[in-house]
Ligand binder design. Structure first.
Ligand code: FAD
Ligand code: FES
Ligand code: FES
Length: 479
């Protein structure tokens, strides 16, 4: 039984189909048609809804693309849709600000914008233009232009953040806590499983190895909405407490398989602040609030952004099955195009990322057609050990350059021993280009990919010399 809150009621779904999305539930089952369908692929934001969930005793509001979230994943949360925002005949402050600032023309995108701003209204962040742009990065508008929408956001977020939801906070916390205590969710016997422990999941997969796993669903559900496939059986990882753990010990950061990009962000940035831009440009807030770092790795896309990072940082995956647990270096995980070393019945329990070592010079670059909410044409991550100006060890990993994300060992060999500030980096660039035979596709030509990857290495050297501004130096200079 799936239980969640919507419009003040506790909704119970006996056995949701793995193929049914939150958007299907809203538009087809409940006729809540305020939430729109634009692209059905997570790209336009028209279907943005907000979930409120209890985490560490706090209510967290997060935006979500209803079009690619399975309805079963609503278990234990409060679903908030645009219909609920108007209260006692008054527009919500976010809606009123959009009216006042002339921030809306068509009725398709506006509900999505409103819901993204509503999530931000309830986030405990301050307001600045950067945060507003981040909140709106997953919402497309092709008519009004963003200026009035940004004005509306700046205006409403600078005021008091009080509304009917903040007034009913304690009641929502109590109701969500009692939903979480109903532990018969996994007993639905249907095709949408909600295992409660790693052992339960391992046993389920041992008996039914073809069960598909879903964490955030931001890759998986595209098979349904774009590929028109049908998922027969799903196991949802989000109710397994062990998989939601994010632990930092002396040697490594362990990121559980249900940890989202947004949850991992502050912990990883503490050790690796150089990853800030890459993380902020990973999809949009709707995607980063749902999608997981482990899901990105398991999906094994050649253009995924986390694999090059984890390869360069010498990360590993912890795999579990009913037979036990094993740890595999990420460099042995990707075997071929979308083929990994995971065996039948096995799943990723967590990712292990070494803590920062001294003398590390790290750069992570993402080249894509659009700055926000786009996937990489090329992603290059270089982790160099530098002592007395000389490169003592090098790990350079690329996405978008081969059938699998992988390191360029030839290039790494050329880098070792080189003086990073004034050595000739051309042989390393040539080696990088020889190491990969990128493909031409709609995103970029093979030539472009090879040239851009080489140029990124050159940029890395310029940044080391301080001759090229980086996000890190710009923030240090301008605060
Ligand atoms: C609009 C949009 C923008 C995007 N932008 C980016 C981007 O900028 N960069 C990028 O790299 N990707 C991007 N993605 C892809 C996607 O968001 C990421 O790959 C995300 O991290 C996947 O995580 P998830 O939890 O949603 O995975 P899911 O969709 O839940 O799962 C992905 C796959 O991995 C399997 N799986 C999940 N967890 C496990 C596990 N623990 N063990 C074994 N198998 C598992 C699933 O069965 C499925 O096959 C984007 C997607 C969308 C829709
Ligand atoms: S309909 Fe476009 S993001 Fe969902
Ligand atoms: S409000 Fe819909 S395209 Fe601009």
């Amino acid at each position: 039984m799936i239980r969640f809150l919507h419009q003040g009621r506790t909704v119970e779904l006996a056995s949701p189909s793995p193929d049914d999305t939150v958007l299907d539930y809203l538009r087809d089952s409940t006729r809540c048609t305020g939430t729109k369908e634009g692209c059905a692929s997570g790209d336009c934001g028209a279907c943005t809804v907000v979930t409120a969930q209890l985490r560490d005793g706090e209510l967290r509001y997060e935006p979500m693309n209803a079009c690619i979230a399975p309805v079963g994943s609503l278990h234990g949360v409060q679903l908030i849709t645009v219909e609920e925002l108007r209260h006692e005949e008054e527009l919500h402050p976010v809606q009123q600000a959009m009216v006042d600032a002339h921030g809306s023309q068509c009725g398709f995108c506006t509900p999505g914008f409103i819901m993204s701003l509503f999530a931000m209204f309830h986030a405990d962040t301050g307001v600045d233009r950067h945060r507003v742009l981040e909140a709106l990065g997953g919402n497309l508008c092709r008519c009004t232009g963003y200026r009035p929408i940004i004005d509306a956001a700046m205006q409403v977020l600078a005021g008091p953040r009080d509304d009917q939801f903040s007034a009913a906070r304690d009641e929502a916390v109590a109701r969500l806590a009692s939903l979480g205590q109903d532990d018969d969710a996994s007993e639905s016997g249907g095709t949408y499983h909600l295992p409660r422990s790693v052992d339960e999941l391992a046993a389920l997969l041992a008996g039914q190895p073809d069960t598909r796993l879903v964490a955030g669903g931001t890759d998986l559900m595209l098979e349904v909405t774009q590929g028109l496939a049908s998922l027969e059986t799903i196991a949802d990882l989000r109710q397994i407490p062990e998989l939601g753990e994010l632990t930092v010990n002396e040697d490594c950061i362990e990121v559980g398989a249900a940890v989202t990009h947004r949850q991992a962000q502050p912990v990883l940035l503490h050790d690796y602040p150089e990853l800030a831009e890459l993380i902020e440009r990973f999809g949009a807030l709707q995607i980063r609030s749902r999608g997981t770092v482990a899901g990105n790795v398991a999906n094994a896309s050649p253009i995924g952004d986390w694999p090059p990072v984890l390869l360069a940082l010498d990360g590993s995956v912890k795999l579990v099955s009913s037979e036990g647990e094993r740890v595999l270096p990420l460099s042995e995980f990707f075997l071929d195009y979308r083929k990994t070393a995971m065996r039948k019945g096995e799943f990723i329990r967590s990712l292990l990322i070494p803590r920062r070592r001294s003398n590390l010079f790290l750069r992570a670059y993402k080249i894509s057609k659009r700055f926000e909410d786009d996937i990489s044409s090329v992603c290059l991550v270089a982790a160099l050990g530098v002592e007395d100006g000389l490169i003592t060890d090098a790990r350079v990993a690329c996405g978008g350059m081969a059938a699998v994300p992988r390191r360029s060992e030839f290039c790494e060999k050329q880098l070792i021993g080189m003086a990073l500030a004034d050595g000739d980096i051309t042989p390393a660039i040539d080696a990088l280009c020889q190491d990969f035979q990128p493909i031409t596709d709609a995103r970029a030509t093979a030539d472009y990919r090879a040239t851009v990857a080489g140029n990124l290495l050159r940029r890395l050297q310029l940044e080391y010399r301080g001759e090229c501004a980086t996000r890190i130096t710009m923030e240090a200079e301008h605060g």
